[in-house]
Design a protein around this ligand. Sequence first.
Ligand code: PAF
Length: 287
Amino acid sequence: MQIAHSIEDLRRLLQNAKQRAFVPTMGNLHAGHLELVKVAKQTLPEAMSVASIFVNRLQFAPHEDFDSYPRTFANDCALLEAQGCNILFAPQEKDLYPEPQVFKVHPPAELADILEGAFRPGFFVGVSTVVHKLFNCVQPDVAVFGKKDYQQLMVIQRMVQQMALPIQIVGVDTLRADDGLALSSRNGYLSSDERARAVELSGALKQMAANVRSNLSRNLSGEASKAIAQIEEQAMQSLRDKGWQPDYLVVRHQHDLSAVTQFSDAPLVVLGAARLGSTRLIDNLEV
Ligand code: PAF
């Protein structure tokens, strides 16, 4: 695996690549990230596979964990190399942001100011801006993202479509630990007691999905708002009762994350974010 620490180095390494398959990350890699690399390589077997590691200050609010975000570069390199990744792009902050980034990508409020965006103002501006910039550096044919960050995947798909970027976006199912906890770099913040309880978030989402399915089977069409609100409130209360501080637990349409007001055969997703102690976890399940 070759490592590029600047945009210039990366462009040199890629100059003869006919196709590029890209996995952007913030490092501290786990099996979920390696799965994204595997899918990138499978999607375009002839392509040069490129992963990036860059902890993007733009997507962290001042009170969030930018400084303490785990940085495990040597281990990440070994994992990527073993996965057969061809190029790692690991720019310095001064290379990607040589001056304050004043041109930014602003995704539409209806997609980016809800859910994660409501609790993390500016998050999707930071994500969209860095992903657009990384796309310009790598110029991928395919880019692969995990479905664990479901809303992020929707925002990026929309950006690519609206900006006519010639990139195929692939979403990959979330990898989970044996007990069902979604793999995440932030799981490392959990104490051993919290780690044992962390599965309660995916448990709550599973219960919500089961409740949605049983409502759907009884009401194939018709008014859904009340039933959905009840399912969401029950799930919030059950997590609060277990000592969590939930931000949201919601049922939404998969394609645009809009609220569900009518039962129909449109595919749905349940999404949740909640704090356990000082760690904020997110997860989702397609219904
Ligand atoms: O999902 C992530 O790790 C980050 O949000 C991303 C897409 C690499 C942008 O910094």
